[in-house]
Write a protein of this length. Structure first.
Length: 254
């Protein structure tokens, strides 16, 4: 991807609505980007000639200038957010290609959507800044969660493994964990990863961890044992050995 930076510049509205069955929301050439999350019930979205079933937790992601119809199949509740962002090219590149997104960590999104709706109606000082921050958070979580799925869908397990390592390097992950995230065997991943990046997955994991450790050690705020733990190393002795191998000095002398 060319860029990973975009900014929500305005939130036009964010509201919660409870509707009866056969309710219809029809939008022609939507003037802004949107996020619609189903909080309860069952709804259907007709979008670009395809029909999507939406249940609790599902998020419908219409783009700017899109047309669609959403109907309720039973008593339902949803929250809709309309927003503007720039640059649009970056946002288009990062958002999931599918208009329907089902989160893995539901509560993270439920709280953010509800918070946006509450703030919009409460108004008051700094409400626009809070709204922009919440919508930015929602979008970034969607993008971060969808990105490895998109890589695997593009048959790129090495890139998916690299993303997983960078996201979870502070956790005690193993080569098996990385291979599972990449959707292939450990031996196959080692061959793919080596061809793509010139190192093995575990070597790259240590590179990422040591770079993080170096930044933490520069602050003089952490004990060496705390640095080791926060960088995902199982014990301080192994951390010290890997650190010296990669930097030429011990953590204490760095």
């Amino acid at each position: 991807m060319k860029s990973d930076t975009f900014c929500v510049t305005k939130v036009d509205f964010a509201y919660c609505k409870r509707v009866t069955d056969h309710y219809k929301l029809q939008m022609e050439n939507r003037p802004a980007y949107g996020l619609i999350m189903v909080f309860g019930g069952k709804m259907t979205a007709l979008y670009k000639g395809k029909r999507y079933s939406l249940e609790k937790g599902d998020i419908f992601i219409p783009r700017k200038n899109d047309s669609y119809v959403i109907t309720a199949n039973e008593i339902s509740e949803y929250i809709v957010i309309s927003y503007q962002a720039t640059p649009t090219e970056t946002l288009e590149e990062l958002l999931p290609k599918e208009c329907k997104f089902t989160p893995s960590h539901l509560m993270r999104y439920l709280d953010a959507f509800k918070g946006a709706s509450d703030i919009f109606f409460a108004g008051g000082i700094c409400s626009e800044g809070l709204l922009q921050a919440l919508v930015q958070e929602i979008l970034c979580n969607i993008i971060r969660e969808n990105y490895p799925k998109a890589l695997l869908g593009a048959n790129n397990p090495a890139a998916a493994a690299k993303y997983f390592i960078e996201e979870f390097s502070s956790k005690p992950i193993t080569t098996l964990d990385i291979a599972k995230a990449a959707g292939c065997s450990q031996s196959y991943l080692r061959a793919l990863f080596g061809r793509a990046y010139g190192v093995s997955p575990i070597e790259y994991l240590n590179v990422v961890r040591i770079e993080r450790a170096k930044e933490m050690l520069k602050t003089d705020l952490y004990k060496i044992s705390e640095v080791a733990e926060n960088c995902g190393f199982s014990n301080v002795h192994y951390f010290s050995r890997v650190f010296k191998e990669r930097t030429g000095v011990s953590p204490k002398k760095y």
